[in-house]
Design a protein around this ligand. Structure first.
Ligand code: F6P
Length: 364
């Protein structure tokens, strides 16, 4: 019997369970393969005792429409930065990657499928360089991974954000207010921009275009005076005014790997007031709502395609590569290409032209 280990890493994302199910269903067609899952990314392997879950057809039945991941995940620590307390009681990190690879060999694991975002693909590349037979599956609501046209979970996040805009329109119009919706996306404005277009927002502020607060005020005033008496702003969590950094919050969770973006909407309201805006303003921070719950059909399909492809790559020995969607094909690219540069909104794209074409202001 051959064994493939599946791990889900980084923030959870709608469609993770559909990938797991597809891997298991495809593997079950090949009699000699067994699929196991590591609990909480690679923590399940690094913990003593080991925490794994046998993934068979019964375990994965009906999970394709469930949000989250049945094998749990984490965006803290990992095999190269395992949190340990030193003799002075301070937290530091240890490289346990070699130990983990040896343990996987001892467990009879022939291949690993790591489903994750950019950070996870980087970890996969380093494990591959150390000799592990590993394949990546791109996952993130942020859609910030290059070398793939899209990631699963992203369209679900856009859908949820759009529904939030729809709801804010009715309350904004009733109260003649400026309503700001803060959405996720880290350093990429994909969720914000798509929700702004789909929801008919007047202003969209994204990390790729630092905003001029006076231009934002101008657009709001114009909208109130000449058009209708309310304004919807979709604000990416990583957006910033010209000359400023993104708004971050201190995070004392041990081993947390990323800067914690937070507070963009609160800051924008203050900037607008300071710039003289007189209208009533309210904010809504969508937060993890855009990451939870059922994946839309598009993401279930993409996730299923990714899962099937990942297992076929295991059989073909295509290690050191990440599954990639290049319309209309599901293909693969080396990790090195997948992690080379982030995928951000480009200013000369057709999508940007369409957004500007319907009058959306980016504060520039
Ligand atoms: O990368 C996915 C993401 O949801 C980002 O959009 C967001 O900044 C971050 O994760 C939030 O992470 P956490 O779940 O640790 O709060």
């Amino acid at each position: 019997m051959k064994r493939v280990l599946v791990a889900t890493a980084g923030g959870d994302c709608p469609g993770l369970n559909a990938v797991i199910r597809a891997i298991v269903k495809r593997a079950s067609q090949e009699r000699e393969w067994e699929v196991i899952g590591s609990i909480q990314a690679f923590n399940g392997i690094l913990w003593e005792p080991t925490e794994i879950k046998i993934l068979d057809e019964k375990t994965v039945a009906g999970i394709h429409f469930q949000g989250g991941t049945i094998i749990e995940t984490t965006n803290k620590g990992g095999p190269f930065a395992w949190p340990v307390k030193d003799n002075d009681g301070k937290w530091t990190t240890a490289d346990r990657s070699g130990e983990m690879i040896r343990k996987l060999m001892y467990m009879g694991v022939d291949a690993v499928i790591n489903i994750g975002g950019d950070g996870s693909q980087r970890i996969s590349q380093r494990l591959y360089e150390k000799g592990l037979n590993i394949i990546g599956v791109p996952k993130t609501i942020d859609n910030d991974l290059s070398a793939t046209d899209s990631t699963f979970g992203y369209q679900t996040a856009v859908q949820i954000a759009t529904e939030a805009v729809d709801k804010l329109v009715t309350t904004a119009a009733s109260h003649n207010r400026v309503m700001i919706l803060e959405v996720m996306g880290r350093d990429a404005g994909w969720i914000a921009m798509n929700a702004a277009i789909a929801g008919g927002a007047e202003i969209c502020l994204i990390p790729e275009i630092p905003y001029d607060i006076d231009k934002v005020v101008e657009k709001i005033n114009d909208r109130f005076l000449r058009d209708r008496g309310f304004t919807i702003i979709v604000l990416a969590e990583g957006a910033k005014a010209i000359g400023k950094d993104s708004s971050e919050e201190q995070n004392d969770e041990i081993g947390y790997m990323n800067a914690k973006l937070a507070g963009a909407a609160v800051r924008l309201i203050k900037e607008l007031k300071d710039a003289g805006l007189k209208h009533d303003m309210r904010k809504a921070v969508l937060g993890h709502i855009q990451r939870g719950g059922v994946p839309i059909a598009y993401d279930r399909v993409l996730a299923t395609q990714f899962g099937v492809k990942a297992f076929e790559m295991v059989m073909d020995g295509k290690f050191g590569e990440m599954v990639s969607y290049r319309h209309p094909h599901i293909t693969s690219v080396p990790f090195t290409e997948a992690i080379r540069e982030p995928h951000c909104v480009t200013l000369d794209s057709d999508l940007m032209k369409s957004a500007r074409g319907v009058g959306i202001s980016f504060g520039d």
